[in-house]
Design a protein around this ligand. Structure first.
Ligand code: NAP
Length: 311
């Protein structure tokens, strides 16, 4: 038996976007380690197929429930189901996300360029269209989705001496160095400046600049700006949430650890199967932090492929 094991088969972990990629592997690895796992997916069919595939591999401590992180009703139904079925949860892995990428067909056809090469071999933002609809959809899923799911599930989270855990799957693309403005980097680096209102306002400003097509000279990231801003916001939210949760807990009520992680550059649909790591390896970097022994777990931190890193 693993001496660092703090969980048992009644420890309930909920994973968003669990039907494929890193999320599916996180479900598999958590179930393999003996937790009870709720695999959620926005599409009922894709979610139940994923569950069935894991069951066929001999994993039975898994359940499926639909969840679209951008849909308030869907979130409320999941929360009610968890409350009724398990009485609460211990681990929340906010994994679901979209890339927000829209290719410029004209540029792609004229340059006869491979889409994966365009995404990851070219430094500039050329070849992409930044438009409001996809930018908003990206921010809505990757930032507000996490926030709304977390707000709905926090009342069901069971603080304990081992520590309940919220793991936000962030990204190296959410690191502050991607912002073109030093002032903005400094503002976001200082936890004293941060609040949910500050983060929401920053995203409103970004989206309003997208709407007016006036992104230049504002400090926003050059390439994949919507995805990067969604992850910058998610990292900042992680720090704010860790601070606010800490304030609400009393010494006797147990602990809650809130952290965000970069899983690595992983070959999934999000990266058009480009990357350095398999989904298994990427998921292991998430699961490692979700299952840290309580004495080793910080809160409000960012982990880069399993190691503490700078925001
Ligand atoms: N791959 C990488 O190199 C990499 C690097 C850094 C961070 N990440 C992060 O890792 C996480 C997983 O990404 P991945 O690479 O595994 O991507 P992926 O294979 O594209 O999987 C994304 C998952 O999110 C789900 N999803 C999207 N929108 C949703 C919504 N509104 N409600 C519920 N589920 C939704 C997708 O469901 P559908 O199947 O229905 O679309 C899918 O299950 C993301 O947070 C991503 O930002 C990935």
């Amino acid at each position: 038996m693993d001496s660092t094991r703090w969980w048992d088969d009644e420890t309930v972990a909920v994973v968003t976007g669990g039907n494929k990629g890193i999320g599916l592997e996180v479900c598999k690895q958590l179930a393999d380690k003996g937790l009870t796992v709720v695999l959620t997916a926005r599409d009922e069919r894709r979610g139940s197929d994923a569950l069935l595939a894991l069951r066929k591999q001999g994993l039975h401590n898994l359940h499926f429930h639909p969840l679209d992180v951008t849909d308030a009703d869907s979130i409320a139904v999941l929360a009610a189901w968890i409350s009724q079925k398990f009485g609460g949860l211990d681990v929340l892995v906010n994994n679901a996300a979209v890339s927000g990428v829209v290719f410029d067909e004209h540029y792609v056809n004229n340059n006869n360029i491979d889409l994966a090469d365009l995404m990851f071999k070219q430094e500039t933002g050329e070849g992409f269209i930044i438009e409001y609809k996809s930018a908003k959809a990206c921010i809505d899923a990757n930032y507000y989705g996490v926030k709304h799911v977390t707000e709905a599930l926090i009342p069901l989270l069971r603080p304990s001496s081992q520590g309940a855990r919220i793991i936000n799957v962030g990204s190296n693309y959410g690191q502050l160095s991607h912002l073109q403005s030093t002032k903005l980097q400094q503002e976001l680096a200082n936890l004293d400046n941060l609040s949910e209102a500050f983060i929401d306002k920053l995203l409103d400003t970004y989206l309003s600049d997208v709407k007016c097509q006036s992104l230049e000279g504002k400090g926003w990231p050059l390439k994949f700006p919507s995805y990067k801003m969604s992850k910058v916001a998610l990292h900042a939210y992680t720090r704010v949430l860790a601070r606010e949760v800490e304030k609400k807990l009393s010494p006797t009520s147990g602990r809650v650890f809130v952290n965000c992680v970069h899983p690595g550059f992983v070959r999934t649909d999000l990266t058009r199967l480009t990357g350095e790591l398999s989904s298994q390896e990427g998921a292991a970097n998430v699961v490692k932090i979700a299952l840290l022994p309580p004495e080793d777990s910080p809160s409000g931190q960012f982990f880069y492929e399993g190691n503490l890193a700078m925001f």
